[in-house]
Write a protein that binds this ligand. Sequence first.
Ligand SMILES: *Cc1c(COP(=O)(O)O)cnc(C)c1O
Length: 514
Amino acid sequence: MSEKKPVDTRHRAVRDVVRHVSFDEPAVFEKSVPGRRGTRITPPGRSLPDPGAWLPEAMIRKSPPGLPELSENEAVRHWVRLSSWNFCIDHGFYPLGSCTMKYNPKVNEAAARMEGMARLHPYAPESGAQGALELMWSLERALACICGFDAFTLQPAAGAQGELTALMMIRAHHRAQGNPRSKVLIPDTAHGTNPASAALNGYRSVAVESGEQGILLAGDVAKVMDEEVAAVMITNPNTLGLFEREIRQVARVVHEKGGLVFGDGANLNALMGRVKPGEVGIDVMQLNLHKTFSTPHGGGGPGSGPVGCVEKLTPYLPVPRIVRDEDGSFHLDEKMPGTIGRVRSFYGNFGMLVRAWTYILAVGRSGLGDVSGMSVLNANYLMTLLGGLFHRPYDGTPMHEFVLTDKKLKKETGVQTMDVAKRLLDLGYHPPTVYFPLVVQGALMIEPTETETPETLEAFAGALERIVREAGEDPEVLHEAPHATRLGRLDDTLAARRPVLRWTPGDEEDGNAS
Ligand SMILES: *Cc1c(COP(=O)(O)O)cnc(C)c1O
């Protein structure tokens, strides 16, 4: 018998993903054949209504709308094939930092698809929507409890809209004090939506540099803080994945001059169940349910960016507010004198709220703390596995995500962040966030999330290790990656400047359809 060899986990870890059949698929219009139909059952004794019989003449189209005509089989295959071209969280590891692509328990989907949830009409009278109102009221209370705030609104449809809403409330507060202000302080590590939200509210943003350790120092804030500053916008952990340790001191400096503290809570993944933002000096904050509370994210939405605040800002919250009456029933209150008004039609993206509520109930109070604990542990484990492979711009212990750069790799081999990202696609991984945050050149921002297993993290580290090895041996392989995907490297500039978003007849001839 031969000697038992130790298991080569590294080899297993970097093994290429299996190539699978990948169908070429034309646009649905190209597959159309006049008269093709799926199954249609007309109940006995009834014919399908003819809309032409009751629509006003002027509203009736003269020529057919030109919709594709396919058999049922073909229609199903078409969309299933297209979906197989996409990379999604159900396919593989998706370590996109700051955007939190986390696993969404399927039970959330089951809850959101329940008839009473999915088919409730937005114009249903309050008496017919008590369950939905109760769910929303309960979710508001749960989020307030998690964050240490007095109240929440569920209206904003995304994180950026939540920021906008929060800043509108801040502006309303200063106006109500008879003291409108002109500036907002924003650290240089902030997400781009922060200065955009400030600008939309008519504020000038003043950038505050983070110190050498990559965090905001109260002393630096004090230097630029004056009575024209409406608020500071802080992301904690910041986009470098570092905990803003001076958050309380920063809040004190800002509050002393009458300013407010806005927290960008898009990524509560490291704090949830452990730190209550309302208890460390934050006055108002948006959450991204689609990042922290497991609701699906990507593909253009929908998202949900609830805003919570401390008591003194509650008069400005958007209407309608959900109110619980003494008899336990719920109603919507539009009459709040200080309100900034409505920020979205109806009541927000209700399906997202059902998912987040299901998640919170399923995970439970202590589970929320476990989630953030695991996400921080996973980030630290992965960072440790990567050892000195990549340059790390800041030393501090990362929270739920960490940032590396291509500095060392580029100097030694000429291989850059974009090459690494493209090569990861060949190895079956979605790349991490690249070239963000902007303060770090050639950044790779990695967030593993709490639900990934050690084996997945080890395999991913193995893939990066292989890429670094390839960079030394044959950098061309990386410059030309990806090789194993349907399409090779795209011209990013052309795609951004001249996107072809719509198929028109004739496109198939000049190749635009691909
Ligand atoms: C994602 C994100 C936002 C914006 O959220 P959207 O839902 O995409 O509008 C804002 N700030 C930070 C820190 C984020 O990560």
